[in-house]
Ligand binder design. Structure first.
Ligand code: TXA
Ligand code: MG
Length: 352
C-alpha cells in the first residue's frame, strides 16, 4: 500500500504509528530535494521548506500570497542548531529555551549575516522555535536542517488546524501535506523579541505574558496597539489576518452587555434577511435560534475555544454566511491570544 494519496498532484501522507519511520524518511526526502511541505505542529499547520533552499522558500511566499517583507519563523529540531543562525545569544534565550522549548514560543534574535535574509523579510533578525508536536519534532530531528514555516494558509485567511484546511488552500500547489490530525493548541506560538533592552511580546499565544515574566523574573513589554501600521515592529502586525470571507463583528466588554448587544444585532440583521453566523460559547446557544452556530466550548474553557476557533471561522464561511457575530473573551492568559486573533479578523469591534 502506498504511503500517500494523490490530491490534485499533491502527495497527502496520513501519519500512522506503524509506518512512522517510512513516512518521516519519505517526507524528509521531499524537504531535502527542495520541496514545499505542510506539516502539523502543536499550534497550527506550517508550510515548510528547508531554509537553505532559497527557491523553495520563495515558493512559500508565492503560494501563500505573502508579502516579501513578512518574515517567517524558522523551526529547529534541537537547541544546538541555534548557534549557526544567531549572532548573539542573550542570557534570556538560555532561560526561556530551558523552560519552554520544545514548545509554542518563537524567539526573535539577531541573525548571522550569512543566513539568507529571505526568511527574515530583509530584517537583521530571525524568529526561531522548536515545536513540541511529536511528528514535527521527529521530522526536524531526522532532517537536522532549519525549516522555515509560516502558517499553512493563504495569506489573510484563518490559520489551518487540520489537514483538510491545508488541502482546501494548497492542494495542487505544494509538493506534500503530512496529515497528523488536529493541532492540539489551535492558535499560533507566542512571539517574543529578545533583540532590545527588554523582552517585547510581539504576538500573544498559549504561553502567556505572565508565564514569561515569572520565568524571566522581569517585566515583558506589550507594545501599544499600533496606530501607525507601517511602523509595526513585527511586519506581520500590519496586515489583515485570520479573516473569514464574511463580515465579522466582534463584541467585547461586560459579558451581560455583550449578550444584549449580540441579540440586538442578531435581530437587526435577521430583519434585513441576512444569513447570520454566530461564534459563541455553549451557554449562549439558545439565544440565536435561526443562526448558523459555531460553539467555542463552555464559558471559561479557553483551551477548547482556541482549539476550535479557526475551524469555526472556516466552517461559517463554508456555509456562506454574510455576517458573523462573535463573542469576545477576557483578555487574560490564552484569552489575550484569542482576542488578538479575533480583533485582527474583525471588520468591526463593538466595545461596551
Ligand atoms: O505557531 C506558529 O508560530 C506557526 C507554526 C507553523 O509554527 N507559525 C506561524 O508563522 O504562525 P506565521 O508566519 O504565520 O507568523 C509568524 C509571525 C508573523 O507575524 C511575523 O511577522 C513574525 O512572526 N516574525 C517572524 N520573524 C520575525 C522577525 N524576525 N521579527 C519580527 N517578527 C517576526
Ligand atoms: Mg500566519
Amino acid at each position: 500500500m502506498s504511503l500517500w494519496t494523490n490530491v490534485k498532484g499533491t502527495k497527502v501522507f496520513s501519519y500512522r504509528e506503524e509506518k512512522k519511520d517510512e513516512i518521516i524518511t519519505e517526507v524528509a526526502g521531499i524537504f531535502r530535494s527542495g520541496g514545499v511541505v505542510a506539516l502539523p505542529t502543536e499550534t497550527v499547520y506550517g508550510l515548510g521548506a528547508v531554509v537553505l533552499h532559497r527557491h523553495a522558500v520563495n515558493r512559500i511566499f508565492t503560494v501563500k500570497g505573502r508579502p516579501l517583507d513578512n518574515p517567517m519563523i524558522v523551526h529547529l529540531g534541537d537547541v544546538s542548531q541555534v548557534d549557526s543562525l544567531v549572532e548573539y545569544l542573550p542570557p534570556e534565550l538560555h532561560i526561556l529555551a530551558e523552560h519552554f522549548w520544545p514548545g509554542p514560543l518563537s524567539l526573535i534574535l539577531r541573525r548571522k549575516k550569512e543566513i539568507t535574509s529571505l526568511v527574515s523579510g530583509g530584517l537583521s533578525t530571525i524568529a526561531l522555535r522548536i515545536p513540541h508536536h511529536f511528528i514535527a519534532l521527529h521530522l526536524l530531528r531526522e532532517l537536522a536542517m532549519p525549516v522555515a514555516a509560516p502558517s499553512a494558509n493563504i495569506s489573510g485567511k484563518p490559520s489551518p488546524t487540520e489537514a483538510a484546511h491545508v488541502i482546501e488552500d494548497f492542494a495542487g500547489k505544494i509538493d506534500a501535506i503530512l496529515d497528523g490530525g488536529k493541532c492540539p493548541i489551535g492558535v499560533e506560538s507566542t512571539v517574543l523579541d529578545l533583540t532590545g533592552d527588554a523582552p517585547v511580546l510581539l504576538r500573544p499565544g498559549s504561553i502567556s505574558r505572565e508565564e514569561l515574566e515569572n520565568c524571566l523574573k522581569r517585566p515583558v513589554i506589550v507594545p501599544e496597539r499600533q496606530s501607525n501600521l507601517n511602523k509595526a515592529k513585527s511586519p506581520g502586525m500590519k496586515y489583515r489576518h485570520y479573516a473569514p470571507e464574511a463580515h465579522l463583528i466582534l463584541f467585547k466588554g461586560d459579558p451581560v452587555v455583550v449578550e444584549k448587544n449580540m441579540k440586538y444585532y442578531y435581530g437587526k440583521y435577521l430583519k434585513e434577511g441576512k444569513k447570520i453566523g454566530i461564534l459563541c460559547t455553549w451557554e449562549k446557544k439558545e439565544a440565536f435560534p435561526k443562526a448558523s452556530l459555531e460553539l467555542l466550548g463552555r464559558q471559561g474553557d479557553l483551551k477548547e475555544a482556541a482549539v476550535s476557533l479557526y475551524g469555526a471561522l472556516r466552517n461559517l464561511d463554508g456555509r456562506g454566511v454574510d455576517i458573523i457575530l462573535a463573542e469576545g473573551f477576557r483578555e487574560e492568559g490564552l484569552g489575550a491570544a484569542l482576542m488578538n486573533r479575533l480583533e485582527k479578523a474583525a471588520d468591526d469591534v463593538i466595545e461596551n
